[in-house]
Design a protein around this ligand. Structure first.
Ligand SMILES: [Zn+2]
Length: 282
């Protein structure tokens, strides 16, 4: 181990600065969104079965709501532009902008080069949870998704109902794509209802039993036309393990809701990012 320099403590004592102050981010009109949601009607309902995934489409300006139904359950969410699978949810940039976990008012951002909000969280019944004494919080954008490759690496397993595989099957069925092609489009997720953090002593990613209970829900406004896929994680409430069939597992419900005509007057679909993409070449 390297000997600390004489000014080690002084270097450690430098206060941090926020990487991306969000004061200049375009702000969603949450009051407008909430008013539109209060009069919205359900137009479609889908269920992600335990250890499996469902897909759904949401027109721009409509809402989608993920609800815990039969028991505590964590979900892994992927989102794409319904007309272009290359534009998809970018969990890393969402984390850089909003922090490790998202809640009401935060947005799910899309990949480069569009980098625009795909969806905005309008309602979160777990917003009371905050950050617990372990540093844990709910709805994370730090985990990736449980997958069979990591399981194989760590224990030599061949498990086929990890969220990664569930999302591949759902996208393959939704877009009539071969599995290998669908796999290229599955990406790091929003971990809906999952309670996670990093241990303070070793910096390791941890999970703990989700505080979600049946009836809890997370509701989004679709900012553009969306295709979504949601996996009911084989980890159930993620209190012990995932990537196996041992945890109690429950379905998750997805509803699409249409606001009444005129309820979102003044709202506009976000345009693609304004950077000119010349990257220094003139
Ligand atoms: Zn999972």
């Amino acid at each position: 181990m390297t000997m600390p320099p004489a000014d080690a403590e002084a270097r450690r004592a430098i206060p941090p600065v926020i990487c991306y102050p969000t004061e200049t981010l375009p702000k969603p009109d949450l009051a407008l969104y909430r008013a539109a949601l209060s009069g919205a009607e359900v137009t479609a309902t889908t269920l992600a079965p335990p250890r499996d995934a469902c897909s759904f489409t949401v027109p721009a300006g409509h809402f989608f709501r993920i609800t815990s139904v039969d028991g505590p359950q964590v979900g892994d969410l992927n989102l794409w532009n319904a007309h272009d699978l290359s534009e998809r949810f970018y969990s890393g940039k969402t984390r850089a902008l909003h922090g490790t976990h998202v809640t009401t008012g935060d947005r799910l951002w899309s990949s480069f080069p569009t980098l625009r909000p795909l969806a905005t969280v309008v309602e979160d019944t777990l917003d009371w949870y905050g950050i617990d004494a372990f540093g844990g919080s709910v709805h994370d954008v730090i985990g990736t998704r449980c997958d069979p490759y990591t399981g194989n690496l760590l224990s030599g397993s061949q498990y086929h109902h990890c969220c990664h595989s569930n999302l591949i099957r759902a996208l393959s069925a939704a877009c009539d794509l071969p599995l290998a092609e669908a796999e290229r489009h599955v990406h790091d997720v929003l971990n809906v209802f999952m309670c996670t953090g990093f241990t303070r002593d070793t910096g390791q990613y941890f999970m703990k039993a989700s505080p979600v209970r049946p009836g809890d829900h997370l509701t989004f406004l679709a900012e553009i036309d969306l295709l979504g896929a949601l996996s009911a994680c084989p980890g159930g409430d993620c209190s012990s393990e995932h990537s196996s069939d041992t945890a109690a597992c429950f379905p998750l419900q997805v509803e699409v809701l249409a606001p009444v005509t005129g309820a979102l007057d003044g709202w506009q679909r976000p345009p693609p990012n304004g950077y000119d993409r010349t990257h220094g070449v003139t």
